[in-house]
Every structure is written in structure tokens, then in C-alpha cells.
Design a protein. Structure first.
Length: 275
């Protein structure tokens, strides 16, 4: 069952200046930006029953059924000690990776009217984006791996992959939509956007609207469903999907009274041993 919903794309500054979002790290959590939101109605195809058609290398995302042993998702240290281990094993099994380093996780609980101003109040992101650029991906390797290992690891194939799953109940409210990488024109569609924090900067990709984009979601993903979302791939010859842009969205078909979405995403560096 497909749906039609609004997604928010990006129009870069008309003067050609560097697009940015500045996060004011004070009690307000307000953000400022120099780009324009471009809201479009798009058709989003339901992948349910066709999950096998979508793989990391072809489209940039991949669905899988996996019942987690850790189910509380209430304590960060428990998550790091228990759920991280599960995610590392799952990534190795599904991708054939030889080394996995998890460096972050985010729990999102949609709470209308609550300011998204700290780690405990993160809301779904209703914006078409991909979490890492090439530069910010390489910076993560340098940040999280010993200097003695970095050169060798960067010489082989490596990726950044996000493992996303609903927690507590199915994600009927504000699900995630994924853009099939085969429908993206990376030369024209991608916008490198600076994320300006106090004392440091990051980067991610926003997308400009392209009517050729093909969007997919999996209706009512439950707590035993996961989706792997590629954020970066070191292969750059167009033989594989480089990443998967995605966005939370308000599905107009969501029944009244549906529980607010709750989810966890875990971000990992994934390395492969060269043959």
C-alpha cells in the first residue's frame, strides 16, 4: 500500500554562499539556517512483501527481521554494553565485514511541542538528508580509530551504516522514507550542508528536489524489524549505492490515536579486509 506525503527538500542560498544550519546550544535549542525549505508532495511505495528487492549496494538501504535481545532502551550504558554487541554481530553477518566500530546511537521519541534540545529529547527528523559527507566520514575514522590503524583501514573498502529500528511499538506514526540511490543524480541533487555547533562543525548532505526520485518505506515496521541505512561507501566508481537519503514523514493514512513513534539508530564504521 503506497502513500502520498509531504517531504522537505532544500533550496541552497541564492547568492552561492555555503549552506549551513547553526545549532544554538543553549536552553532554547533554536536553530538558524541560510537555506530555504522546499516542501513537495511525493509518492512513497510500501516495501512490505518486497523487502528482498532493496539492498545496500543497489539502493543504499536494506530491510531485515531481527529480534533484539536488549529491549529496554532506557539506559545509555546498558545500550552500549548490550545492544552495541548485537549490532556489531548483525552487521558482520549481513555485510561480510571483518571489523565494525560503533560510535554513536540516538533514541528518538516523538513528543509534539517538546523542543529537540538535548540527547533525551530527540525528535524524528522531517527533512530529506543523508548523515555523512565524504569529508565528515573520513573524519569519523580518524576520531574513533587508533592513528596506527587509520592508514591501512582507509586503503580498503569501508562504509558508515546506520541500523534503525522501532522500539516499544510499531512505527506507524511518522515512519522513515528512503530514497532509492539509483534515482539520485549526485552531481545535481546533493547539497553539502555545514552543521555549526559551538566550537566545532560537521557536515551532512541535504537534497534538492528531483521529480525522478523514487521513495520507499516499510509500513508499520515493528520492534523486530531493522533497516540498514548506508551513510557512506568508499567505493566511488558508481558501481554501488553511495548512500541513502531519508526522511521522517507524516503519513496521512496514520489512524487517529496511533502511539507516537519511538526508535533507536546506531551508527557504525564498517571495514572489509581486502582479498
Amino acid at each position: 500500500m503506497s502513500t502520498t506525503a509531504q517531504l522537505t527538500y532544500t533550496i541552497p542560498p541564492a547568492d552561492g554562499s555555503r549552506p549551513y544550519t547553526a545549532i544554538n546550544e543553549d536552553s532554547t535549542g533554536k536553530k538558524s539556517q541560510n537555506w530555504i525549505e522546499d516542501i513537495r508532495n511525493v509518492d512513497i511505495e510500501d516495501a512490505r512483501g518486497k523487502e528482498h528487492q532493496y539492498t545496500l549496494d543497489t539502493v543504499g538501504f536494506q530491510f531485515h527481521h531481527y529480534r533484539a535481545k536488549h529491549t529496554r532502551f532506557l539506559d545509555d550504558e546498558e545500550i552500549k554494553g548490550e545492544y552495541y554487541t548485537e549490532c556489531m554481530e548483525l552487521l558482520k553477518e549481513l555485510t561480510g565485514a571483518t571489523k565494525v566500530v560503533i560510535f554513536d546511537h540516538t533514541i528518538r521519541r516523538r513528543r509534539p511541542g517538546i523542543t529537540d534540545d538535548d540527547q533525551q529529547k530527540r525528535q524524528p527528523v522531517p527533512l530529506v538528508h543523508s548523515d555523512r559527507t565524504t569529508a565528515s566520514s573520513i573524519a569519523r575514522v580518524h576520531k574513533h580509530l587508533p592513528p596506527s590503524e587509520v592508514e591501512d583501514l582507509l586503503r580498503g573498502r569501508w562504509q558508515i551504516i546506520n541500523i534503525w529500528r522501532p522500539i516499544s511499538h510499531p512505527a506507524v506514526d511518522w515512519p522513515l522514507a528512503f530514497c532509492d540511490y539509483r534515482s539520485v543524480n549526485p552531481d545535481n541533487d546533493l547539497v553539502v550542508l555545514a552543521l555549526v555547533h559551538h566550537g566545532h562543525e560537521g557536515e551532512n548532505y541535504h537534497l534538492k528536489y528531483n521529480p525522478e526520485h523514487r521513495w520507499v518505506y516499510k509500513r508499520a515496521m515493528d520492534t523486530e524489524d531493522v533497516v540498514l541505512i548506508k551513510c557512506f561507501d568508499s567505493i566511488s566508481d558508481d558501481s554501488v549505492a553511495k548512500m541513502a537519503a531519508h526522511s521522517a514523514f507524516k503519513d496521512p493514512k496514520t489512524p487517529e490515536g496511533t502511539p507516537f513513534r519511538e526508535s533507536i539508530e546506531v551508527e557504525a564504521l564498517v571495514f572489509y579486509k581486502e582479498d
